[in-house]
Design a protein around this ligand. Sequence first.
Ligand SMILES: [Zn+2]
Length: 412
Amino acid sequence: MGRRPLILNRQRLAICLAFLWLLSLAACAQSAASMDHRAGQGRKETPAAVSPTEQPTEQPSDRTPTPTLTPFVPDPFTPTPTASPTAQPTPSPTPIPLARFETDALHQGVLPVSYIQDECLYLEARWNPDNAAPGTVVVPVMFHGISVAGPRGNDNITVSTAYFEASMRKARQLGFETISMQQLVDFLQHNAYIPPRSLLLIIDDRRLGTVREHFLPVLKKYDWTLTLAYITGVINEQEWNQVRDVLARGHTEVQAHGYLHNGETYITEWTSEEIIRNELFAPITAIKEHLGYRPIAFIWPGGNFNLLSVQIAREADYQVGFTVFARGPLLFNWIPQGEAEREIGDPLLTLPRYWSTTMFKNLDYAVEIGASAAAQAEKQRVDEINWYRSNCADYPPLSIPIQSKEEVPDRW
Ligand SMILES: [Zn+2]
């Protein structure tokens, strides 16, 4: 501390001398400098691509000491490069933002969105060896009809039996395993372990016949699960019995897909709050009453949602929600979203789903994205663990070694 004023005085002397020397310089030097400064400001103001995924751009701390001064100090009088350590205390208070997984395998306009703001929490869940491995992907798929003859006329939501069976076989061959809705929630929120290639099968509306005829044989054969996004306000006691009968056979669960789900209740900008509330809250009561548990997922009827409805879904305590947008597979803290969902700002309640009609080829994309996310995570592993160790002192220590097993030399 005692040496500091001395250095500052020297520095001041140097600056004064430099300043005197500078006075003799032509005025153009100054105007050039001010132009430089403006150009610098201009660069700084350039918005860095508006995407909710991006971290607020924090300047690395080593840029803070005034670089503008140096170009004007004439050479003979520059004692100052040595002075910089004083202006630059070693521990850096602003951590360098972590890189996020990026891929060009997503459609144009689709961007990955993160939903965990606390980097320490994220890294702790990401590198906990008991949790899902980085690169674990979930492919949610939306089904409607399955028919032997396949889609007819304008029907673009029905798949043929042959396509359905080929998709299921392919998923199996690629090593996909299905997960339940609760497993998805635990994975997305805490990176809880799920198979590295996970599949979430969802069939919309009231299609018990399709479930019995086409799904149950596959589900039994592979020991897989299926979620029924059921419309709960239009069914009688007899149909509830049928639902219970299907559930009793195992492999299926029911989640909420609106109460009435019709022309009057689709969520648009003209739908009243009262209707929206009923579409979201009434299924909870109905499923509790008839099936004995509380739904945790809301599958937006017709794929329609808006800011108000998503806020009400939060209020109703749904953990996840699904759109009909086919944006890509899900990774931990990484949800591919289009502009419509990004505007809402609640990724977990506006999750994408692939369509059953394109499932076959999209399984390949998901595998590719998972593999490249895993590779990128491995490259970043040491940096991320070091980052955690320097910035997350209040969090539990990571039990993962900084070196992976392969990197540890044999003699160790
Ligand atoms: Zn529907």
